[in-house]
Design a binder for this molecule. Sequence first.
Ligand SMILES: Cc1cc2nc3c(=O)[nH]c(=O)nc-3n(C[C@H](O)[C@H](O)[C@H](O)COP(=O)(O)OP(=O)(O)OC[C@H]3O[C@@H](n4cnc5c(N)ncnc54)[C@H](O)[C@@H]3O)c2cc1C
Length: 405
Amino acid sequence: MDSTDLKDLSVIIVGAGLGGVMLGLLLEKLGISYTIFERAKTVKPLGPVTTHFFSRELDSTTSCFRRSHPIRYSVGKKVLSVEETEDHALINCSDGTRYFGDIVVGADGAYSGVRQSLYKKLQSEGQLPNSDTVSMNVGFVCTVGTTNPMDPEKIPLLKDGTTKFCQYRMTTVNSYRICWTLSKQHINDGEGNDLAFRNSEWAPETVETSLKEFYNLPCPFGGTMKDIIDATPRELVSKVFLEEKLFETWHHGRVVLLGDACHKMLPAAGQGAMNAMQDAVILANCLYDLKSTRQADIKSAFSVYHEQRYPFAKAQVESSRLAAKLTCDQGMFERFLRQILFVWLPESVRRQNLLKTASYRPQVCFLPYVQNRGQGPVMPQKRSWRREKELEDQRQGETTQSASP
Ligand SMILES: Cc1cc2nc3c(=O)[nH]c(=O)nc-3n(C[C@H](O)[C@H](O)[C@H](O)COP(=O)(O)OP(=O)(O)OC[C@H]3O[C@@H](n4cnc5c(N)ncnc54)[C@H](O)[C@@H]3O)c2cc1C
C-alpha cells in the first residue's frame, strides 16, 4: 500500500475529548477517512480540561468548537459495544445504529465503553490479564467550576490581566472569571468504586452538600471559598471522581484504546490531556506506516503504538500519583516529603528531573519537523519507513530534474 492507499482506510473514533479530536485532526491531514462518535449532544466547559472550546469571551462554546476545527463528527451517539471480524470492526450505538470501519479507536475516557466491551470479550476467552479485571482506584472526589465575572475591586489579583494559578487549583481566566477545583481524598468504604462506575453525572443535591464543606475555607484571592462558589452558576459546576489506573491491554485485533481509556492519571501533575494527545500523535504515526488494512498489519501497527507509549504513560501515572500526594495529602510523611523535595533538594537536581521529562516530545512524522529551539535535550523518536521513502523519492526526483538538460 503506498501513501495514496491510506485513503482506503476508514477509522471510527469513539469520543470527542482531546485525544479523539486530536487524532481526528491528524487523520484529516493524512486524508484518512474517519468519523468521531460522541455521546454528548453539546460540548460543556468543565474546568481546565475543555478550555480549548471557549471563545474569547467564554461563551458560545459549541460553535467555537465547530468553527475552529474541520472535524467530521456525529454527536448524541452513545457507543454501547464494539465487535470485530477478520475484515472489519463495528460499533453498536444506543439508538440501534451500527457503523463499520477498518479500525475502532476507543478515545471515550476513563469509563470507556469500548474498553469494557473489548475486555468482556477477552475475559470470556481467557485472554485478559488479571490486573485488567480490577476496577480503577478512586483517589479523590473533586468538584470543579467556573465563576461568573467577579468584581476586580474585591479581588484585585484579577486586575492585572495575567493568569494566576494557585493551590486549590484555582486559575484566573478571561473576563474576570475564576476556574476552580476543590478535591477531597476519597475514603474507600467499599462503595466508592462501584459508585464511580455509575456516576458520570451527580445529582445536584450531592454537589451542593460537597460544596458546603469548603464554604469556610479561606480563598487564596481574598474572602472565603463561599464567595467563589456563590459566584458560580450551577450549570458550570461538576463533581467527579478522580481515579487512576494503568491498563495493560491497549489493543486487540482491530480495536485500540487511547487517552484516559487506557491510562487514567490523577490530575495533580496536569498530564492526562497531554498524554492523550501524545497517544494520538503516536497512533497517527503508526497508521501512517500501516502496510495494509489486513488484520495482521493493523495488529502489528497497534503493537508498535503500545510499545512506544506504554513506558511513558506508566511513568506519568506514577509521577501524577506522587504529585497528588505532594500537593493534597496532609499526613506527616507527605509533609516531610514536601520539605525534602521543595526545600532541601538542590535546584540542579530538580532542574535535571524537569529536563528529563521535557525531553520526551514526540512529533507527527508526516508534518514538517519542528527544530529544538531550547537548550534541553530531545529524546530520539522511532523513524517512519514511509516518511523516509517519501523523502528519498523526493531527493531522487530533484536529482533527476537538476541532471536533465
Ligand atoms: C477535575 C479534572 C482536572 C483535570 N486537569 C487536568 C489538567 O490540568 N491537565 C491535564 O493535562 N489533564 C487534566 N485532567 C485530565 C484530562 O481531563 C484527561 O486526561 C483528558 O481529558 C483525557 O482525554 P480523553 O480524550 O482521553 O478523554 P475525555 O476527555 O474523557 O473524552 C472522552 C469523550 O468520550 C465521550 N464518551 C464517553 N463514553 C462514550 C460512549 N460510550 N460513546 C460515545 N462517546 C463517549 C465523552 O463524552 C467525552 O467527550 C483533569 C481531569 C479532571 C477530572
